[in-house]
Design a protein around this ligand. Structure first.
Ligand code: F0G
Length: 433
């Protein structure tokens, strides 16, 4: 399919091979396929499902198996593990009065987060363009994912992370996979700004979600869900919002799937932010008439501690197209939701649990109705942030938003026992009593 880069702000068109990150006007770029060249929907659906039993790397990947809607690259140019094909778990919808509730577990990707879906596309394209080195700013998961794909592509990787503000598992991954790791004495937003400033002068390829190729890969969260649900999508898709890459990618996926007649009804997007880092939710209350960044974002969900999301304009488009909603939840609500998901062994990091906390809020407010169907996008695995999980289990979590009594119910401390069968038997009987 013919593809170009198109500015979402002024409509200027650039060739796909142009190396610019933004339009000359400063606007974000889209990778825009000429959908007139696409096969009819039945043919596309048949092509996609025929790949489910193939052992070719490009078909095993839950990103590249949707390549007609992602990017044309020869199979030998792909940097893939493979990724995607994450499980779609059925959760019990009854307590919520819903008709169905699913959790798409993106923490099951090779580096433990959804970022791998975008990274396989951005890094494949960067290697195709003979990039000198790759760079990103990150709250942790992007850096872990880039480190992984950079290692696989044998390309040098630089990651800028806010010092002391990323979860332990993510930092460990970046270091272990060999990324040059620069801990910045500042916020994620500061690091993001610096990366964009110096990339062009130093011939570095930026693979944050401002890179439109990243978003082409992240569209496949929707495509994969559609495929797993037998060619349909639920009434609502709920996703946490930070830099708003997923929000933008999901909106674009749904626009294209609708245009291609793969779906006839568009699900509504619900984007959930943390109360202390909610610039998008705040702008939504004014129907996006004005955007004000938040200078000192703060939340226990470090992945979404972002005050100035780069994809704002595309995310507004996604909300408008899907008649979506944006809201925020407290850190205490996030941790309680995390506890619920963890106890169902869907284990996730705090940012991902914002989805379930958001669902509760939207049901309470009457935005989501009884009888509707909902899909939660679980963005990262529990193992990313062992410190928060341990604090919750040990009764040491003191998040903003109160709920002390409910949080006390989450405590599950390990017990010390001597290595003696009688003592251990007694402990077991006490626990079962
Ligand atoms: N959930 C997790 C686990 C994340 O790591 C991120 C973003 C988000 C949600 C928010 O997604 O940016 O598409 O709105 N993490 C980025 C990073 C910013 O650097 O790892 P978004």
């Amino acid at each position: 399919m013919t593809r170009n880069l198109v500015c979402v702000n002024c409509g200027t068109i650039y060739p796909l091979e142009d190396r610019r990150l933004r339009c000359a006007c400063g606007g974000l770029l889209d990778v825009q396929p000429d959908l007139h060249e696409a096969s009819p929907p039945a043919v596309l659906a048949q092509q996609i499902s025929s790949r489910a039993s193939s052992m070719n790397p490009e078909d095993l990947s839950g990103v590249w198996r949707y390549r007609e809607l992602v990017l044309d690259l020869p199979p030998d140019q792909l940097v893939t593990f493979p990724e995607g094909r994450t499980n779609l778990y059925q959760l019990d919808p009854t307590p919520f009065g819903l008709s169905a509730l699913w959790a798409k577990h993106e923490g099951e990707n090779p580096s433990g987060s959804f970022k791998d879906r975008g990274m396989t596309v951005a890094v494949s394209w960067a290697r195709h363009q003979e990039a000198r080195a790759l760079i990103c700013a990150s709250t942790g998961n992007t850096s872990a994912s880039l480190a992984a794909y950079g290692a696989r592509a044998h390309l040098p990787v630089f990651v800028l992370i806010p010092e002391g503000r990323i979860a332990l598992g993510k930092l460990a991954q970046a270091l272990a996979y060999g990324a040059h790791t620069l801990q910045v004495d500042g916020s994620f937003d500061d690091a993001m700004h610096i990366v964009e400033q110096l990339a062009a002068d130093h011939h570095l390829t930026v693979v944050n979600s401002v890179n439109p190729f990243r978003l082409e890969g992240q569209k496949t969260i929707i495509l994969d869900s559609w495929f797993q649900l037998g060619g349909r999508l639920p009434d609502w898709i709920i996703v946490p919002g930070g830099n708003l890459g997923n929000t933008s990618a999901f909106g674009k996926a749904l626009m294209e799937m609708k245009a291609l007649h793969l779906i006839d009804r568009v699900p509504r997007l619900a984007v959930i932010q943390a109360d202390g880092a909610a610039p998008f939710a705040r702008a939504a209350t004014r129907d996006f008439a004005a955007f004000e960044p938040i200078c000192n974002p703060e939340t226990v969900a470090t992945a979404i501690r972002i005050g100035n999301p780069v994809n704002y304009a595309k995310a507004v488009r996604a909300i408008r197209f899907t008649h979506g909603v944006v809201t925020s939840v407290s850190d205490a609500e996030i941790l309680l939701a995390k506890h619920d998901l963890d106890r169902q062994a869907v284990g996730c990091e705090p940012a991902s649990a914002a989805t379930l906390a958001g669902l509760r809020r939207l049901l309470r407010e009457g935005t989501i109705h009884a009888g509707e169907s909902v899909l939660l996008v679980i963005t990262g695995t529990l193992l990313k942030d062992p410190d928060t999980t341990m604090a919750l289990a040990m009764g040491q979590a003191a998040p903003a938003g109160g709920k002390t009594e409910e949080l006390a119910q989450c405590v599950n401390m390990p017990r010390h026992v001597t290595a003696d069968p009688d003592t251990i038997a007694r402990a077991i009987e006490e626990e079962l009593a």
